[in-house]
Structure formats: structure tokens, C-alpha cells
Design a protein around this ligand. Structure first.
Ligand code: G1P
Ligand code: ZN
Length: 542
């Protein structure tokens, strides 16, 4: 029933910021997915007879790879597989299921916010037993195996029925098809004050949630409409589609433009939100105000004790280096730890496991907490709703009061997508070579105070991660950061992160791009973006 198939290595299976991501036709090459999955198993030890969780965001090719992964798990000696019905599990739900059932680990099929379809993106990531993305030592080992792989093991059996909940046997292994939503929804009920939110919604507080035809549709329908009583129709685009309806399931101001327009309109609902392809990102828009993810992290942390799950207070806050310093000011006031990590959720795992941080966030629309080991889009939405239900103020009022108390960190990210890789690397190399000479240099009214290539020393396992992005800090707390994306699938994406701290509450009403204009100009002057990339404007501004 089990066979061993000879294979030869592919040279391009190096996992990026969040697993292996490639175009679907790349994954459809003979043995491509099999090689990577076998390399995952070959890097692990001690899983015989244990449980593996498998699920994905429902994108094109999801079902095919789920079948392969189940059959390979059986052949490699796992004892049980838990798989979401229809092959569906959002990334945070998968993390929770791994933890709740004490699984050995999980395979999550997703390319997050990247488009889906026959010629679009697909991805495979491995999560370890704590429910979080595999740390670098595991992904490095996986990559090493992909370079020397000679065979893989797979059960030679018929496909599993993914659409009926319950148990089946596959080559001596038990496959349990589970409801993808219920465990997660139950967890949310333990963290948040559902009765308060329900009462607030019943009192006329209007919400809209755009699931972007991606995985959060069934979760949001169940939680927001069925359990919390939001008006039917509050959840838009709730059917997960293999190609996300042709859209880019990235909840930002470009790809969720319609939601943004609605929230800025005359008769806007009180609260608008969206999530991405696999359900780990969030977009938060109040009536008339977009809350940047960096601000959202700070505001959620400042108000978290209003939710029952966090009533005892936070142990600490962690943010990725490019995320604004708004959360630092909250941590300072609360007298708790603040941790600055490289980009990518995997770096939060140790801090959460060690109990050093409770809430974590990234500027890229990721926020989450110790309840799972992934960022969690719906969690952020529910914490906002819990805070709004208790404070009974508008998002705008909460944001203004926050800025008055802590000061405002104007913040924006400029992305230059599909740039020529050599040009992008050249730009970064040139910046790196200038680092030593930058301090003291003036650009208009700005004076550079410090410049470095960010290096992270993990306080828990003492591992060191170098070259995590170039930081240029100016006197007064302004900052520009440059890094190349680790999740793209074609060419290079240059990300430029721009931030200015404004303590004066009378200056909190300026348009963000205007408030950052001198820094945007300084970034170009320092890196020669226009000249080196040939681009006159960013592809996406968030
Ligand atoms: C991007 C984001 C990063 C996030 C990752 C996975 O990675 O910037 O914060 O953790 O997607 O969602 P990047 O493409 O910048 O490497
Ligand atoms: Zn995602």
C-alpha cells in the first residue's frame, strides 16, 4: 500500500519569510510538491504514530496537494491526520488545532495574500508543535534535504473524501476530517466578551467585514453573524474561491479599495474590516478613519485589558523592526517589555512560548497574541469590537485620544514590486556600503543619527539573525527602513518603511504622505530608488 518513488532534487525550494511559495505551474512539475513534503518529514524526528494537522486556504491546487500530503504522512509513519473539511483551515485556525490536539505539527497550504488560480501563487509551510511557523533551523534543514533528495514515500491508495466530517483509514493511518471553524470559534468565545459585543451590535452599531472570497468567509459568517448577531449581509465575499474571484486577497487600501471608499462615505457603517487569503492579516477602518496596522497594534495593546482573555494584563509587546514605534510608547507607559524582531511571524514564537510577550504585531497588517502562534485577522477584529463595545466610543475618538496621550507615529510603506533582482540587490548593497559614513549627514532639515543593518539576538534561544533590513534613524525619532521582500514569487520587491513621530496633538490632522514628504525624499536621495529601479512611483502605498 506504500511505495517509494525515486526523484531528483529541485534547486529552488528554499523557504522564504513564510514557507515555500511559487507559481502553481512550478508546483505542478513532477514530484515538486512531493519533494518538498518529503524534505519536511526528513528534517523531523520522532513523529511515528503522532498527529499531523493539514489544511489550506482553499486556493487553486489546494485539494490536490492535501491528498498528496495525507498519503505521504501515512507512508512516512504518522498515526493520525486532522484535516479541515474541504481541505480548509485558516492559518490561525490551523495553529489553534495543532495546539489544542497536541499535534506533532502541521502543514498549511497557502500563499497568504498573493493571488490564486492556475497561473498564480501556491505555497506550503510547516508549523511546529507549538502551532507556530517552523523556526529557521528547521527551514534550513528542509532546504538542505531538498537539495539531496533521492526518493519519497507515498501511500498508493484512493483519494480521501475531504467533504464528510469523521474518520477514515488511509494505509493504516487515521484521517479525521474536522469542522474547520468550530474549534477556532470556541477559542474566540473564551477570549472576548461576546455578550457585550452582541449587545453593542444589537444597539445599532453597524459593521462590515470583507472576506475577499478567501478563507475567513466561513469563520466570519459563523462568528460575526451567527454567534454575535451582526446583521445578515455584514460579511461580504464569504465564499472561499480557488482564484479569490480574480482579486488580490490582500487587505490593504489598494486591494480593499471598495471597503475603504464605503467607510469614508456619508452613510458609512461604524466599523469595517477585512482579512487576507489565509486569514492571518487584518485591515481595520473606522467610520472616516483608516487605522494603520502599527497604530492598531498600539491601540489594541493599550486597551487589551477590556477583553476578558487579557484582563490580567500583558506580559510584553513584540513588534517587527519595520513596524512603527507606537507600541513602544504603550509598553513604556504600562511598564512592560517591548521586543523588536525581524520581519516574519516566526520570530515571535520564542517570545510567546517563554511568556515574555502577550501581543505581537507587524506593520504588514498582522496582529495576534499568545492564544495561537500565528497572526490572526479575525482575532484583531474581535478585540477591536470588544474594545468598542466596552468603551462605546467611535474608532476616530479612540484613535485621537490615543495620539493625544502617546503622540502620533505617522507611518507609511512604499512597495516597489517586480523590480529587477540585480537592481534591487545593487540598491541594498550600495546602502550597506554607506552605513558607516551616514551618521551626522544632513538631508534638508533631517540629520542622520544612526544607520545599521538590523541584527536580531533572540533573547530566548540566543540565535542571531543578520541582514534583516537597513535602518536609517534621524534625530527626533523619524526613521526610514529598507528591505527586500522574502515572500514574492517574481523579481524583487523593495519595501521602504517611513515613519515620523509627532508629539504635538495640534499636528495630528495632517495627511500621512504630506507629513512624511521630507522623509520620502530623503529615502530616494539615500538609496537612489528612481535611478536604480527606473520607477518613478511605488507600486503600492500602504
Ligand atoms: C511579508 C510581510 C511580513 C509578513 C510576511 C508573511 O513579508 O512584510 O511582515 O510576516 O509577508 O505574511 P515580506 O514579503 O516583506 O518578506
Ligand atoms: Zn496571510
Amino acid at each position: 500500500m506504500t511505495k517509494t518513488v525515486n526523484t531528483t532534487p529541485y534547486t529552488d525550494q528554499k523557504p522564504g519569510t513564510s514557507g515555500l511559495r511559487k507559481k502553481v505551474p512550478v508546483f505542478q512539475q513532477p514530484n515538486y510538491a512531493e519533494n518538498f513534503i518529503q524534505s519536511i518529514f526528513d528534517s523531523l524526528e520522532g513523529f511515528a504514530g503522532k498527529t499531523l494537522v493539514i489544511g489550506g486556504d482553499g486556493r487553486f491546487y489546494n485539494r490536490e496537494v492535501i491528498q498528496i500530503a495525507i498519503k505521504m504522512a501515512a507512508a512516512n509513519g504518522f498515526g493520525r491526520v486532522l484535516v479541515g473539511r474541504g481541505g480548509i483551515l485558516s492559518t490561525p485556525a490551523a495553529s489553534h488545532v495543532i495546539r489544542k490536539y497536541e499535534a506533532f505539527g502541521g502543514i498549511v497550504l497557502s500563499a497568504s495574500h498573493n493571488p490564486g488560480g492556475p497561473t498564480e501563487d501556491f505555497g506550503i509551510k510547516y508549523n511546529i508543535g507549538n502551532g507556530g511557523p517552523a523556526p529557521e533551523k528547521v527551514t534550513d534543514a528542509i532546504y538542505a534535504h531538498t537539495k539531496t533528495i533521492e526518493r519519497y514515500k507515498i501511500a498508493d491508495v484512493a483519494d480521501v473524501n475531504l467533504d464528510a466530517e469523521g474518520e477514515q483509514q488511509v494505509a493504516g493511518m487515521t484521517v479525521q476530517v474536522i469542522n474547520p471553524v468550530s474549534d477556532y470559534a470556541e477559542l474566540m468565545e473564551t477570549l472576548f466578551d461576546f455578550p457585550a459585543i452582541r449587545a453593542h451590535l444589537a444597539g445599532g452599531f453597524r459593521i462590515v467585514f470583507d472576506a475577499m472570497s478567501a478563507v475567513t468567509g466561513p469563520y466570519a459568517k459563523e462568528i460575526l453573524e451567527n454567534r454575535l448577531g451582526a446583521a445578515k449581509g455584514s460579511v461580504l465575499n464569504f465564499v472561499p474561491l480557488p482564484d479569490f474571484g480574480g482579486h488580490h486577497p490582500d487587505p490593504n487600501l489598494v486591494h480593499a479599495r471598495a471597503l475603504y471608499e464605503e467607510m469614508m462615505g456619508e452613510n458609512a457603517p461604524d466599523f469595517g474590516a477585512a482579512s487576507d487569503g489565509d486569514g492571518d492579516r487584518n485591515l481595520i477602518i473606522g467610520k472616516g478613519i483608516f487605522v494603520t496596522p502599527s497604530d492598531s497594534l498600539a491601540m489594541l495593546a493599550a486597551n487589551a485589558t477590556l477583553a476578558p482573555g487579557y484582563a490580567k494584563g500583558l506580559a510584553g509587546i513584540a513588534r517587527s523592526m519595520p513596524t512603527s514605534g507606537a507600541a513602544d510608547r504603550v509598553a513604556q507607559k504600562l511598564g512592560i517589555g517591548i521586543y523588536e524582531t525581524p520581519t516574519g511571524w516566526k520570530f515571535f514564537g520564542n517570545l510567546l512560548d517563554a511568556g515574555l510577550a502577550t501581543i505581537c504585531g507587524e506593520e504588514s497588517a498582522g496582529t495576534g497574541s499568545s492564544h495561537v502562534r500565528e497572526k490572526d485577522g479575525l482575532w484583531a477584529v474581535l478585540l477591536w469590537l470588544n474594545i468598542l463595545a466596552v468603551r462605546k466610543e467611535s474608532v476616530v475618538d479612540i484613535a485621537r485620544e490615543h495620539w493625544t496621550t502617546y503622540g502620533r507615529n505617522y507611518y507609511s510603506r512604499h512597495d516597489y514590486e517586480e523590480v529587477d533582482s540585480a537592481a534591487a540587490n545593487g540598491l541594498m548593497d550600495a546602502l550597506r556600503s554607506q552605513l558607516a559614513t551616514l551618521p551626522g549627514r544632513k538631508l534638508g532639515d533631517l540629520t542622520i543619527e544612526m544607520a545599521d543593518d538590523f541584527s536580531y539576538h533572540d533573547p530566548v534561544d540566543h540565535s542571531v539573525s543578520n541582514n534583516q533590513g537597513i535602518r536609517i534613524l534621524f534625530k527626533g525619532g523619524s526613521r526610514v527602513v529598507f528591505r527586500l521582500s522574502g515572500t514574492g514569487t517574481s523579481g524583487a520587491t523593495l519595501r521602504v518603511y517611513i515613519e515620523r513621530f509627532e508629539p504635538d496633538a495640534t499636528k495630528h490632522d495632517v495627511d500621512t504622505q504630506v507629513a512624511l514628504a521630507d522623509l520620502i525624499e530623503a529615502a530616494d536621495a539615500l538609496a537612489g530608488i528612481k535611478e536604480r529601479t527606473g520607477r518613478t512611483e511605488p507600486t503600492v502605498i500602504t
